[in-house]
Write a protein that binds this ligand. Structure first.
Ligand code: HEC
Ligand code: HEC
Ligand code: HEC
Ligand code: HEC
Ligand code: HEC
Ligand code: HEC
Length: 452
């Protein structure tokens, strides 16, 4: 009897080791797959790229890009919504003739009651897209060739590396295949052995007159689960914890706009101004030093320079933004201040530029720039990130209360050379028995300091 009773657990152990092997396999597979997929993707992308070079739609993507950036980029992105819909792959969504008439004059199509046109017009809040009668058929084909390009996958590897990587990936693939084959074979053998051992044991048992227990019908797993209160309760707790985690995560991101990057009425590049041309932040954001707010410069400040800078240098243009695009943006500035570059004089016709505010604390929180920049000596970049590299400004920090508090806990007050602090510092450092004093110890965690 004993021997026989032992049998299932032997089987179970074998089963366990089999599943262990299987999951091990799965792991190996899972680790290797992304590489393989990357290789496949690279090849596919390569194929697509060469396709683009062959220009299936008969347009010149490079010329199209230029046109797109000058005429369309104000309202369209390739990926993601802007004022108008994303245009990548639009040539697949729509008929080419339709696209031509739409781009030439969309209002005509809408007025004619074209179903697709009316639908998209309504979807985008009935914002009319301006007509482009100046575009030739070839121009439009070029633009469509550009929007038809597949999205570039950021490639970290250099071309040389990529080849090596592909090879490495290939080799990895082969060796895993062999490994998997061997493992599968071993597993199969194990199963066969298990089966044989089982049969032999049964034969022995019958031969020596041991009566084998007739296997009773197993309870379904869910039934035993429901009957096991401990398991039910643990599962419920685990589910609740996981649920709470996600709900908490959801609520914590409400009102946090980290990464917010709206489209501004004038494409103003901090990279070009603060980075390439090294213009000091405080030249434009002059009140950061002396007041609570930092402020956006008035257009007169821009005109100090732009009376004489009517267009950008050839070298300023990038793959993404052409010279024409940048020059068009400066023209917008001229329009707004009413500057006529021909006569070099103000026309008097101005229209305010409505910059979209990015950083914005709720009204109940008090933040003072001069306290941090001037008194605290904190660089703008500590909070605003690598502004001098931002082609388009975005919100770098979460601006949550936890963010403020963490920094106040970790940052020491700059007391050197500040008479006011010397006395305060003396007293407080005695009180806390420390040499350096954090903002928190100075009272930077008191609710009323930040809340009205
Ligand atoms: C002033 C903003 C603006 C400009 C500039 C602009 N568009 Fe549009 N475009 C829109 C809007 C808004 C829509 C959505 C339909 C509507 O509301 O009229 C749209 C829709 C489209 C559509 C239809 C998209 C779809 O999914 O069917 C195409 C194609 C298109 N635009 C191409 C262009 C091209 C090409 C240019 C540049 C030559 C351009 N647009 C310039 C605002 C603009
Ligand atoms: C030539 C003038 C100029 C210079 C120099 C400049 N800025 Fe700006 N800045 C602007 C304008 C105009 C805007 C509004 C448009 C935008 O958001 O891009 C702005 C917006 C910002 C904003 C976002 C404001 C908001 O709405 O929340 C921050 C933050 C900022 N600048 C920080 C900096 C820092 C830091 C530097 C120095 C590294 C700097 N700026 C240099 C003109 C300038
Ligand atoms: C201290 C001088 C200076 C000030 C002030 C200044 N700019 Fe510029 N701006 C430049 C220079 C230099 C260039 C780049 C020229 C080049 O690359 O050839 C430029 C380029 C530009 C461009 C084209 C590139 C881009 O960023 O899209 C625009 C648009 C522009 N400025 C707008 C503004 C606006 C709006 C303001 C005011 C908020 C402003 N500038 C203030 C010097 C200045
Ligand atoms: C300690 C962090 C911190 C530092 C340092 C800092 N800022 Fe800010 N900045 C903020 C916060 C927080 C806001 C949002 C303020 C609000 O909504 O009341 C902001 C808002 C802004 C704005 C939007 C307009 C405004 O005044 O609210 C500009 C522009 C700006 N900062 C520029 C700068 C510049 C330029 C510097 C460097 C001289 C700088 N900041 C340094 C945290 C900082
Ligand atoms: C990068 C670090 C940093 C961040 C982020 C930061 N602070 Fe500060 N804060 C300081 C420092 C340093 C001081 C001390 C300045 C001084 O010497 O008075 C300070 C001082 C203050 C004070 C005055 C405290 C007192 O006791 O007088 C207030 C109020 C304040 N911060 C509010 C905020 C708010 C609100 C935020 C978030 C929106 C914030 N701070 C984010 C570093 C930071
Ligand atoms: C260093 C500055 C600072 C201090 C000190 C501070 N807060 Fe805040 N608090 C903030 C900021 C900034 C926000 C806005 C955060 C946001 O918009 O996500 C905020 C938001 C809040 C909110 C709204 C909930 C939320 O997270 O948006 C409450 C409630 C609050 N604070 C309570 C307190 C209490 C109570 C204290 C004192 C124990 C305190 N705060 C101390 C800066 C501070």
């Amino acid at each position: 009897m004993k021997k026989v009773k032992y049998r299932p657990s032997v089987a179970r152990m074998l089963f366990l080791s089999v599943s262990f092997f299987l999951s091990f396999n799965a792991l190996v597979l899972a680790q290797d797959n992304p590489e393989d997929q990357a290789v496949v993707q690279e090849t596919v992308q390569g194929a697509q790229e060469s396709n683009v070079e062959a220009e299936p739609s008969g347009g010149d993507a490079a010329a199209g890009k230029e046109l797109f950036n000058t005429l369309c980029a104000a309202c369209h992105k390739l990926d993601g919504n802007s004022i108008g819909p994303p245009l990548r792959g639009v040539n697949e969504r729509r008929d080419v003739d339709w696209l031509h008439s739409w781009i030439r004059n969309s209002s005509e199509l809408i007025a004619a009651g074209d179903e697709e046109a009316v639908a998209i017009y309504n979807e985008y809040n009935q914002v009319a897209m301006p007509p482009f009668p100046q575009l030739s058929d070839a121009d439009i084909d070029n633009i469509l060739a550009y929007t038809g390009q597949p999205k570039a996958v950021p490639q970290e590897k250099q071309p040389g590396d990529a080849a090596a990587g592909t090879q490495g990936g290939g080799q990895g693939g082969i060796s895993t295949d062999i490994l998997l084959g061997i493992l599968a074979f071993v597993l199969l053998m194990l199963l066969v052995i298990l089966f044989l051992v089982n049969r032999t044991l049964r034969r022995f048992a019958t031969a020596s007159g041991v009566e084998l227990p007739v296997r009773e019908k197993r309870k379904p797993i869910w039934k035993s689960f429901v009957e096991n209160q401990f398991l039910v309760i643990t599962t419920a707790i685990v589910l609740m914890l996981v649920g709470a985690y996600f709900v908490y995560g959801y609520f914590m991101q409400v009102g946090v706009d980290q990464g917010y990057q709206p489209i501004q009425p004038i494409h103003f590049s901090h990279k070009i101004h603060a980075g390439d041309n090294q213009i000091d932040c405080k030249f434009c954001h002059s009140s950061a030093r002396v007041s609570k707010t930092s402020g956006i410069p008035s257009l007169n400040v821009c005109m100090n320079c732009h009376k004489s800078i009517g267009e950008v240098a050839e070298g300023t243009a990038t793959d993404e933004y052409s010279k024409e695009f940048y020059d068009g943006e400066i023209a917008k500035l001229y329009n707004a201040v009413g500057w006529d570059p021909e006569t070099q004089s103000y026309t008097g016709e101005t229209e305010p530029v409505k910059w979209v505010r990015i950083h914005n604390l709720p009204d109940f929180a008090y933040f003072n720039h001069s306290q941090h920049v001037e008194v605290g000596g904190i660089a703008c970049q500590t909070c605003h990130g690598p502004v001098e590299e931002m082609e388009i400004m975005y919100q770098n920090a979460p601006l949550t209360m936890g963010w403020c508090i963490t920094c106040h806990r970790e940052t020491n007050v700059r007391t050197a050379g500040n008479e006011y602090y010397e006395k305060v510092h003396e007293e407080l450092s005695k009180k806390y028995g420390v040499e350096e004093l954090t903002v928190a110890q100075m009272g930077g965690l008191e609710c009323a300091k930040c809340h009205y």
